[in-house]
Design a protein around this ligand. Structure first.
Ligand SMILES: C[S@@+](CC[C@H](N)C(=O)[O-])C[C@H]1O[C@@H](n2cnc3c(N)ncnc32)[C@H](O)[C@@H]1O
Length: 253
């Protein structure tokens, strides 16, 4: 059972545990013929869901979500908002986060200071090719396309709204040396690029390293913002003086 659970994405495990907690609380209340206020019942559900999630070994921040989910649901229902509001909010979240529940790589952005730190690692004069794997809203690409116009920049982004945003950004800024396509980074051929940049999460780093090792040309540069590769220390790491103290990791292939 535990092995089966571990194969599922955390969001599905969280949902299953949340449903289990609700079922257990409803059954207990029926057997004990107690009738607590909905918010109190929801707090029971949240507490039990958080305990079950802790036992299942979920990350700490999931425990907070599990605890708050049912009470937040009760409070939102009490506000009596039109159902269209929830549908609209869901559709916006879907367009921004898309398959995050599966990839475990949400949208967050590299800082301007990271953009500037990247500049110093790009060839100063010769032409080169650069890809941002999971290019978000295209900030890295458009910045570098401006400061290093002798490079060719490409981005791949899975989520529809960030992709659309980056596509518009590239068009509006007139970056002729820059393009972006909607798709999966796992379908990109990394042998086409001199510099491969990724700002993802700890989850895909092992698989991404294997892909980079197989596909990238000798002498090309693999850069990861913040997330290291397990058991493969970078040749160089640079800490950037931004809000998150981001660290750029560099591997010359
Ligand atoms: C942390 S953001 C980084 C955005 C941008 N590269 C930056 O540094 O500002 C990661 C992005 O990767 C995208 N992403 C996650 N998995 C992906 C995949 N398999 N293929 C393409 N994009 C993916 C997410 O939608 C998200 O926009």
């Amino acid at each position: 059972m535990t092995t089966l659970l571990r194969k599922l994405p955390p969001s599905i495990i969280a949902l299953l545990l949340q449903l289990t907690a609700v079922m257990l609380v409803v059954m207990t209340l029926r057997l004990s013929s107690l009738h607590p206020a909905p918010l109190v019942a929801a707090l029971f559900c949240g507490t039990l869901a958080a305990v079950l999630s802790h036992i299942a070994g979920m990350a700490r921040w999931w425990l907070f979500i599990q605890f708050a989910f049912a009470p937040a649901l009760v409070l939102m229902l009490a506000l009596d908002m039109p159902p269209g509001f929830f549908l609209a909010a869901f559709l916006v979240m879907l367009a921004v986060y898309w398959s995050t529940f599966r990839t475990q790589v949400p949208l967050y952005l590299s800082s301007n200071k990271v953009w500037r730190a990247l500049e110093s690692k790009l060839p100063a004069e010769q032409p080169f090719t650069f890809i941002d794997l999971g290019s978000g809203i295209g900030g890295v690409l458009t910045h570098l396309a401006h400061t290093h116009p002798h490079g060719r920049y490409h981005g791949v982004e899975a989520a529809p709204l960030p992709f659309l945003w980056s596509w518009l950004r590239i068009k509006l800024r007139g970056c002729h040396n820059c393009s972006v396509h909607r798709g999966s980074l796992w379908d990109c051929d990394l042998s086409q690029y001199d510099v491969v940049f990724a700002y993802l999460s700890p989850v895909p780093m092992d698989a991404l390293w294997n892909k980079a090792r197989q596909e990238m040309r000798p002498g090309s540069l693999f850069i990861s913002n913040t997330f290291a590769v397990p058991d493969h220390p970078p040749q160089e790491s640079v800490t950037v003086d931004d809000l998150h103290r981001s660290t750029l990791h560099f591997w010359r292939m």
